[in-house]
Design a protein around this ligand. Sequence first.
Ligand SMILES: Nc1ncnc2c1ncn2[C@@H]1O[C@H](COP(=O)(O)OP(=O)(O)OP(=O)(O)O)[C@@H](O)[C@H]1O
Ligand SMILES: [Mg+2]
Length: 275
Amino acid sequence: MNYLASLRLEQEPFSTNPDPAFFYKSAKHISALNHLEIAVRLKRGLSLVLGDVGTGKTTLCRTLIQAFEGDSDDFIFHIILDPSFKSENLFYAHLTKIFGISPFFRSTIDYRDAIEKYLFKKCVDEKKTVVLVIDEGQKLKKEHLEILRTLLNYETNDQKLLQLIIFAQLELMPKIEPIKNFLDRITLKYMLKPFDEYETGQMIEFRLRKAGYTAPASLFTSDAVKTIYQYTKGYPRQIARVCHNALELLIMNEGRSISGEIINDVIQQDKTWDL
Ligand SMILES: Nc1ncnc2c1ncn2[C@@H]1O[C@H](COP(=O)(O)OP(=O)(O)OP(=O)(O)O)[C@@H](O)[C@H]1O
Ligand SMILES: [Mg+2]
């Protein structure tokens, strides 16, 4: 049976898509978003957001971009969702393409000149802020980091021309550490951590309400939240998966609320699927 209809939900509450509408902002998330927004507005240059697998980097990235939607006259966002380019030139070609510059140059110097001209035109002549956002930053190779370092060098007396925000899993760090002058340029470094137990409960509640759940009482008992937290260790993608499976089980069993027992059943199934 479809649990959306049974629980009178308008949308799927625990999809694992990185949808900003379902992004619960804990105090730490609000602080991260504020700091990132300020870094972009003050043209601080390079910001780095690190986090383990499934901690919410892509969703945070989309939420940040959404926060600038009303300012699209002043801010130009360019996004690279997967920076696994095979060569330096392919990376340059992609950059020039997304910047709207003709991507046909013969040498790296030509590419660099073209990008510098573009940044100068947008940031100095047109007084806009150009932001390059890279998700899955752990896929950047050393050569790519070198290219980005060069682009970060473009500055006038009073501003850095390119604002760069990289979202990455922790394995990016060992690649950056040997490049001291890249490391030096990081003005904001933020580590996205899993939720604690309280935040786990809040996130579940937030996503249910967002999906249209209106009953006054919570659908998940505090025992259920505790069990979810213990199993998922507060990792949002895992929380979403467990909650989704718990809702399905609830409807199959025609239950009214999700108890610790239901969660234990879900966990048992989850472990079996893992084998
Ligand atoms: N703060 C949050 N509130 C609600 N849901 C969240 C939050 N953070 C992440 N999620 C959910 O967790 C799931 C994974 O999020 P996301 O894809 O953003 O993680 P990620 O860190 O980019 O993962 P990966 O390392 O695999 O790229 C999504 O379903 C997302 O909606
Ligand atoms: Mg991601």
